[in-house]
Design a protein around this ligand. Structure first.
Ligand SMILES: [Mn+2]
Length: 373
């Protein structure tokens, strides 16, 4: 049975600056965006894909440099399939005057095509007629999506009909103001075409490893910040002459971001940090760990040296203490208060009763009161 094989990626955001990170981290995150395109090309070739479909936001904005544009087009040259379909997204939207797309066109491989116009295009791939219906973005924001024209078009039953669009799918991404070319799964599933490839939302859809669905959102191939804590990847999709679809999620990302909380009691050591990320190489993790809880006094005093050792194992780690406190002991009460005084009696009783949490609370309150005087 004849079938075509598509490698679908999106939202690479080449040109992101990562300014909040130290230089070495910043540079590796910048490079990772180019490297993931290279990896996507290799994997697509290994899987013998006919098509590489990129559904928008290859670039972070329309002001990227010529060097950045050419680094992308050079990388795409290695793809040995028959075509690369490139849809402008809302970050790298299309109009004829933009340098970005002029540089892109001047340097892109012969088998690449920029889908800059909302009109049907016919390809012949593996003896199948393939009609594509691109819905490119022509601006950064729009309260309506670009699908209207293709809803009006009759489709040819003998062809494989594929939609490529970019925008927020309301069931899977928060677009509170509704100004990112909003669309709905219901709307996409109701289209007459056979396969719908979407970009914009960084989380992939459907949220499974294998699918036979009609609508696919590529998700980002390379995670780009603490608000995206999943793995990066793309879709390998087969569709045959009978319109049967089979898709597989393909991991592509190099780095992972994590924003997590670690609650300590008494002790702190390296393995408590490492244990939170079992299964993923620490040197490829960018993380923020919020540390809270109580540490015994001596541990509390040497916690920074533990942090320093832990940080060396990660690609980048920020440790933020949220109400991390030294743990008071009964000896502390003896040291702080006069024997027989009200706080002394109260706190000693709490410690003797084993109610350390209340003792802490009482100490904190007293501390506050004393500081107010
Ligand atoms: Mn977008």
């Amino acid at each position: 049975m004849d079938k075509i094989k598509i490698f679908h990626i999106s939202d690479i955001h080449v040109g992101m600056k990562f300014l909040r990170y130290p230089d070495s981290v910043k540079n590796s995150l910048i490079d990772a965006r180019f490297e993931v395109i290279q990896r996507a090309v290799s994997v697509a070739d290994e899987l013998k894909c006919d098509i590489m479909a990129i559904t928008g936001d290859i670039f972070e904005n329309i002001k990227v440099s010529k060097r950045e544009v050419e680094r992308v087009t050079q990388t795409l040259k290695a793809f040995s399939g028959s075509a690369i379909w490139i849809l402008p997204g809302n970050h790298d939207y299309y109009n004829d005057t933009l340098q970005l797309w002029q540089w892109f066109k001047a340097s892109m491989p012969d088998h690449a095509i920029i889908l800059d116009t909302p009109e049907r295009k016919r390809f012949e791939i593996e003896e199948l007629n393939v009609d594509i219906y691109p819905a490119p973005c022509d601006r950064k924001h729009s309260e309506t999506n670009a699908l209207e024209w293709l809803k009006q078009m009759p489709v040819e039953k003998d062809a494989v009909n594929i939609v490529l669009a970019h925008g927020a799918i309301k069931e899977i991404s928060p677009d509170l103001n509704g100004n990112y070319f909003p669309m709905s799964l219901e709307e996409l599933n109701a289209l007459k075409q056979d396969l719908v490839l979407i970009g914009h939302t960084h989380v992939p859809y459907p949220p499974v490893a294998e699918a036979t669905a009609k609508v696919y959102n590529a998700g980002t191939p390379e995670p780009d910040g603490l608000n995206y804590q999943h793995e990066g990847g793309g879709w390998y999709i087969e569709i045959d002459a009978t319109k049967r679809i089979m898709a597989k999620r393909i991991p592509l990302g190099q780095f992972r971001f994590f924003d997590v909380t670690l609650t300590l009691s008494d002790e702190v050591n390296e393995s408590m940090f490492y244990g939170m990320f079992s299964g993923y190489p620490l040197e490829k993790i960018v993380a923020r760990i919020k540390v809270g809880g109580y540490l015994t006094q001596s541990v509390f005093e040497r916690r920074q040296s533990v942090y320093e050792r832990v940080k060396k194992s990660f690609h980048h780690l920020e440790i933020e203490e949220i109400a991390l406190k030294p743990k008071f002991t009964r000896e502390e009460v003896d040291r702080m208060f006069t024997v027989g005084s009200v706080p002394y009696v109260l706190l000693t009783k709490l410690f003797d009763d084993g109610d350390v949490a209340t003792a802490h609370l009482a100490l904190e309150l007293m501390h506050e009161v004393m500081n107010h005087d």
